[in-house]
Design a protein around this ligand. Structure first.
Ligand SMILES: Nc1ncnc2c1ncn2[C@@H]1O[C@H](COP(=O)(O)OP(=O)(O)OP(=O)(O)O)[C@@H](O)[C@H]1O
Ligand SMILES: [Mg+2]
Length: 229
């Protein structure tokens, strides 16, 4: 299908830990289409982060094929992979992963450094992204001067600033209190709709997962069920 952006074909991920192989993903077959909002759930250790890392071209599959926009990642160089990551994929983490010495604006501008854009355009886009997350008055604040919710909003701005095809969010609300978690999730839903970007989110919060459009449950490294709203 033309609007499939990620296609997992018989993917396994095997880690070798202390000489013993451990299969963290087993026979994953999954097509992710443009504009989908996917919620991954599953117990701790079930393989959610491993799946997001494979989807994000951070960790290659051990067995099977991963296609991004019909390109088999086995057939391209590391430099080409890095460029796809830099252009197409925004990453959001539980612990925000902002650079502490940089301002909000500089943190958001940072991923654009890999894209060969003029400084003026980088700064303009970083301002626009911070405005989308309502942080236009916090551009010069460093992460330590921001609340948890504000930090995660900076991380959202950093993810959207490159106009990615895909956003991967690994437990983005787990370090926030319930009210802030709800606000941050609402923002993610709004960004997903406005930008028509594909989002793959994993969370232990079943309430949040139930609000995504396609819910996938992982059990012991396998897709155990799927519900589409
Ligand atoms: N680099 C690694 N080396 C060895 N084993 C790993 C590695 N990364 C993950 N694993 C194992 O793979 C399994 C899946 O881990 P993963 O981090 O994907 O789980 P998860 O579903 O994200 O859990 P959580 O909800 O706690 O974040 C676990 O048993 C973990 O120990
Ligand atoms: Mg995890």
């Amino acid at each position: 299908m033309t609007d499939t952006i990620l296609n997992f074909v018989n993917i396994h991920k095997i880690f070798a830990a202390e000489g013993i192989d451990f299969t963290a993903l087993r026979n994953i077959n999954l097509q992710i289409r443009k504009g989908e909002f996917i919620g991954l759930s599953g117990k701790s250790g079930s393989g959610k982060t491993t799946l997001l890392n494979v989807a994000g071209l951070i960790d290659p599959p051990s067995i099977g094929d991963l296609f991004i926009k019909n390109i088999n990642i086995k057939n391209i160089t590391d430099n080409e992979l890095s460029l796809i990551r830099a252009q197409e994929i925004g990453y959001i983490f539980q612990t925000f992963n902002l650079l502490p010495l940089l301002s909000a604006l500089e943190n958001v501008e940072y991923p654009l450094m890999l894209l060969n854009l003029a400084e003026e355009e980088r700064i303009e886009r970083a301002h626009a992204a911070l405005k989308k997350v309502s942080l236009e008055n916090f551009t010069h604040h460093r992460p330590s001067q921001l609340s948890g919710g504000q930090r995660q909003r900076v991380a959202f701005a950093r993810a959207i600033v490159k106009n990615p095809t895909l956003i991967l969010a690994d437990e983005p609300t787990a370090n926030l209190d319930t009210k802030t978690s709800d606000e941050v999730f609402e923002l993610l839903m709004r960004l997903q709709q406005d930008l028509k970007v594909t989002v793959m989110l994993c969370s232990h919060d079943n309430d949040l997962i139930s609000r995504t459009h396609r819910q996938i449950t992982i059990v012991d490294g396998q897709i155990a069920g799927e519900v589409t709203k």
